[in-house]
Design a protein around this ligand. Structure first.
Ligand SMILES: [Zn+2]
Length: 263
């Protein structure tokens, strides 16, 4: 896996000792590292959809604990003092959904991390970043379109509050990384000392080989599915079909293969 973004890397394409994917080589990300708990597949996908679209809030503490385990991967490298910024929704979407799932996950993850890493001082600052545009759903967009879609979509409410600070950006899903990159870029521009990122789930793109072409289900996805004991008590019969018109990062039309970096 890429040491920067966590993308799967084919060793044939990245023979160097320090594994870094094609995207991060071509366009180094504005975050130091991005980590995830698991693949955006199977029960993880069902659980995220149940939280977001069916407002099944009792799932949030458990998913937050999983996010905390992802964030724990940063314990050796990340500073002990960080501001935690959930990726914001646009106010129209917030009004429609009634809550921001990234904020809910961040709140529960911070609770869990208090026990896991008592020395870590994580401060939730959910109003630091503002989403200026109700961005088009990313579902059917290519990676390049996704980057354009979120470019200029975020603004830092008070740049003085992030200047010189270490920041952890939280979101539910990392698909191509376009959203997290966009937020991290604005934070760096406002003077943040370092930006880190953690998401609950990660969609696999395998961009090291195929440019804009999404990977089909990989071994990692298969392994992360049914065998995950953390989901054993989630009753899958209560979970709706995992299809939604919004925020579904399964790319629908990904025909082109170019030499552009995809993230
Ligand atoms: Zn990478």
């Amino acid at each position: 896996m890429c040491v920067r973004c966590g993308e799967a890397v084919d060793p044939a394409f990245s023979p160097a000792a320090a594994t870094i994917c094609r995207v991060c080589r071509l366009a180094p990300p504005p975050f130091v590292r991005a980590v995830s708990y698991g693949a955006y597949e199977y029960r993880m996908r069902d659980a995220i959809h149940a939280l977001k679209y069916d407002r099944l809030h009792p799932l949030a503490p458990r998913l937050g604990r999983m996010l905390a385990l992802a964030i724990s991967q940063l314990a050796a490298d990340a500073p002990a003092d960080m501001l935690v910024i959930p990726v914001p929704l646009h106010r129209s979407k917030h009004a429609q959904r009634g809550f921001n799932q990234a904020r809910s996950l961040a709140t529960h993850a911070i609770d869990a991390l208090r026990a896991l890493h008592p020395g870590w001082r994580l401060t939730l600052t959910p109003s630091t970043v503002i989403r200026l545009r109700a961005t088009e759903s990313q579902a059917s967009l290519t990676p390049r379109q996704r980057r354009a879609n979120v470019r200029g979509a975020f603004m830092i409410a008070d740049p003085r509050s992030v200047a010189g600070k270490h920041i952890l950006v939280i979101d539910d899903i990392f698909t191509t990384g376009a959203t997290v990159r966009s937020v991290a870029q604005e934070l760096k521009r406002a003077g943040a000392a370092s930006v880190w990122a953690a998401t609950l789930a990660r969609a696999r793109w395998n961009n090291d080989q195929h440019g804009d072409t999404p990977a089909t289900h990989t071994l990692a996805n298969k392994a992360a599915g049914d065998a995950d004991p953390a989901f054993e008590t989630i009753d899958s019969t209560r979970v709706p079909p995992a299809v939604s018109p919004a925020d579904n990062p399964q790319p629908a039309s990904m025909g082109s293969s170019t030499n552009q970096p995809s993230f």
